[in-house]
Write a new protein. Structure first.
Length: 295
């Protein structure tokens, strides 16, 4: 059930109103991004919802350049409702990073979208009388192309698809590395380095001296240069050789570009002991026999 206010009910009764959609993204960093499908910026609740202006971001749910019609569905019961829409960023940025590049760098990972329908009187087209909440839910897959990005959003019933019980009996550790149950502090294992000459988008030359394999499955994040703020997963590390990445950075790092890097975990007891000395928090059952050998 959707709630409203007496002022909004009175506006509807006049039949002289127009409406716009407000989009509010809550990023996992706590940053809130606000946009509107209206022709001009709208102010509501002490916040500004950007319409994009001459070169800013545009959100639409009309057919895109591929001829595909973006969709929105509302469903009763336990079936998950979905929303799909296109974002044409033009010159829009997020924290100084071009919008499409920020999408590819994962800035919307774990984000939550709330949509509102805002109503204005035709006698005051820029004054929001009231809003109703259309839907809210986690941002899912984002297909970022060269000129626009397609967002897919589900409602909170999507969380009912989480497998239960959360912890299963298995040989590998079920803890999230550096998480609460793991007990390790990521900062204690983070190393600061710099790219050396000859680095490419997928191989980072360096002068690190840790043992071979130490940073495997870890994460490298550039703190300066063209890739500042972008992170990638380490495929393999051998001291004296470039760091190999699972997916490439957008730009080849220049010599001297700084980065932070921390090790990953193979989720087995041997790694937990040798790399992290954290066997007391290991949450796996390494002596469970394989299904093929269990009788």
């Amino acid at each position: 059930m959707k709630t409203t206010t007496p002022a909004l009910i009175a506006l509807w009764a006049t039949r002289r109103f127009t409406a716009a959609t407000l989009y509010e993204f809550l990023l996992n960093t706590g940053t809130i991004l606000r946009y509107t499908s209206y022709d001009v910026d709208l102010a509501f609740g002490g916040n500004i919802y950007s319409a994009g202006g001459a070169n800013g971001l545009i959100i639409e749910r009309s057919p895109n350049s591929n001829g595909q019609t973006t969709t929105c569905t509302w469903k009763l019961g336990l079936e998950v409702s979905t929303l799909q829409f296109d974002v044409m960023p033009r010159a829009a940025t997020i924290n100084g990073v071009p919008f499409l590049e920020a999408c590819k760098n994962g800035v919307f990972d774990g984000a939550v979208l709330t949509r509102y329908r805002a109503y204005m009187s035709k006698d005051a087209l820029t004054t929001v009388v009231g809003t109703i909440t259309l839907d809210a839910g986690p941002v899912g897959e984002i297909d970022a192309g060269r000129s626009y990005a397609t967002f897919n959003v589900s409602d909170y019933r999507e969380l009912l698809n989480i497998q239960m019980p959360r912890t299963l009996y298995q040989t590998s550790c079920s803890n999230q590395l550096y998480g609460t149950n793991c007990g390790l502090n990521k900062a204690d294992f983070t190393t600061i380095g710099a790219a050396s000459a000859g680095s490419t988008t997928s191989e980072i030359a360096n002068s690190l001296s840790q043992a071979a394999g130490y940073f495997d499955l870890g994460v490298i994040t550039f703190t300066s240069g063209s890739n500042a703020g972008a992170s990638r997963t380490v495929k393999s590390y051998v001291n004296g050789n470039p760091i190999r990445l699972i997916s490439p950075f957008a730009y080849p790092p220049a010599a001297g570009d700084t980065f932070s890097i921390y090790p990953g975990c193979q989720k087995n007891l041997a790694t937990c002991i040798s790399k992290f000395a954290n066997a007391g928090n290991f949450r796996g059952e390494p002596f469970i026999p394989d299904a093929q050998t269990a009788q």
